[in-house]
Design a protein around this ligand. Structure first.
Ligand code: G3P
Ligand code: CA
Length: 383
């Protein structure tokens, strides 16, 4: 089983070859000849990551959402991870769950509504760390964006909050069913916060990967984090490739808390990227960092230097998040004035592929996969 393959190295391959060589993998083509113990999927083709599953079509972070992403052709599915009170990793974008579950409809949990400080900000609602897994399993997922994605609300109340173990089992099951290689791309959410509660995310994450035979390079797993310290710790205990997430503004919470003045922007300079390369294998970049938007028109223009600079540092670049609705796009990809209508996600994905990214997080994996397959075919034709 392999990921999507190329018949030739990609254009601009010098930087890519450097990046791949730095990961200890032959550059290309020979997808099936790559060693099992590689840090890189067995191809140089960019990958499509089903963001929270196929969250454009199903309530996010449900098994139904991940399953659909796989069926739509995603190479990876992305569970964001938080902890329950009894230390079980579950897939939720935040530990506060009022926006993505029906917890507010459960009178037995009404007294658990509270306000906490998460990464320096007050947050009010219900929190996974106040629920055992058994309690959490009595809740049902709901659509986060009901006004943007009203069709998805028909699935409200149907799906449980899945554990990481359940996600990994689903992926294995879908690999067997499809004969395709399907990766998993877990993100640790608020790692310093959970560490402070005595509910560290990293140990159960590595333990789960080990249980499923995935704690090794070449297993089709990336671990991502917006913080840096937990990735630096993870680099000591796992061979799974690590991805430093970088936002378009702000700073990693762990650095800010430690008095380190570096921002995400600082981490995208050549010096910042060189530092990231000491512990990680890639950057997961806000898409505006790769294709900046004009301050007046809101349209994308020429790519920034981030992709070539990251490749020079030996880092992959995966961008987040492509979503088909107009409101999430730069103005040049929008179609019509309705913010909830679909824009040209195909053109947007193609623009990022042209900019040289190695992977795309997408809420609508079918759109991104179609763009990628056409883009790869065009690359082959021009070879
Ligand atoms: O992990 C990539 C992307 O998902 C980061 O943003 O907030 O959707 O987890 P978020
Ligand atoms: Ca994420």
């Amino acid at each position: 089983m392999t990921f999507r393959t190329l018949t030739r190295p990609l254009a601009g391959g010098a930087a890519m070859a450097t990046a791949i060589a730095a990961l200890g993998v032959p550059a290309a083509p020979a997808a099936t000849a790559l060693p099992v113990e590689s840090h890189r999927p067995s191809t140089t083709a960019p990958v499509v990551i089903g963001h929270r599953g196929a969250s454009g079509y199903r309530p996010e972070h449900t098994l139904a959402s991940y399953r659909l992403a796989i069926r739509l052709g995603a190479d990876y599915v992305e569970p964001d991870l938080v902890s329950t009170k009894d230390g079980v990793l579950v897939a939720r974008h935040e530990n506060e769950i009022s926006g993505t579950t029906d917890v507010a409809q459960h009178p037995e949990f009404a007294d658990r509504r509270t306000t906490k400080t998460i990464d320096g900000r007050p947050v009010t609602g219900w929190f996974t760390e106040d629920f055992t897994l058994a309690e959490l399993k009595t809740l049902r997922a709901v659509e986060r964006l009901p006004l943007v994605r009203p069709d998805n609300t028909r699935y409200d109340g149907m799906f449980e909050v899945p554990t990481l173990d359940e996600v990994l089992a689903l992926v294995r099951q879908e690999e067997r069913r499809t004969g395709r290689r399907i990766g998993v791309y877990p993100e640790t959410k608020h790692p310093s916060y959970f560490d402070g509660l005595g509910l560290s995310l990293e140990e159960p994450l590595v333990a789960a990967l080990r249980r499923h035979g995935l704690d090794r390079a070449g297993a089709g797993v990336f671990i991502q984090s917006f913080e840096t310290a937990n990735l630096r710790d993870l680099a000591q205990v796992t061979r799974v490739p690590l991805v430093q997430l970088v936002d378009a503004s702000g700073a990693p919470y762990d650095l800010a808390r430690a008095g380190d003045p570096r921002t995400y922007r600082d981490l995208t300079t050549p010096a910042g990227l060189a530092w990231i390369a000491t512990y990680a294998d890639g950057v997961g970049a806000h898409k505006d960092l790769v294709l900046p938007r004009d301050a007046v028109t809101g349209a994308t223009g020429e790519p920034s230097d981030l992709v070539p600079d990251a490749h020079d540092a030996g880092l992959l670049v995966h961008v987040w998040t492509l979503r088909d609705e107009n409101q999430f796009m730069a103005t040049n990809f929008r179609r019509g004035a309705d913010p909830n209508a679909k824009g040209d996600g195909y053109a947007e994905a193609t623009a990022f592929l042209d900019a040289g990214v190695d992977g795309i997080f997408s809420d609508h994996p079918d759109t991104t996969v179609m763009a990628l397959e056409d883009w790869l075919a065009a690359a082959d034709r021009s070879a």
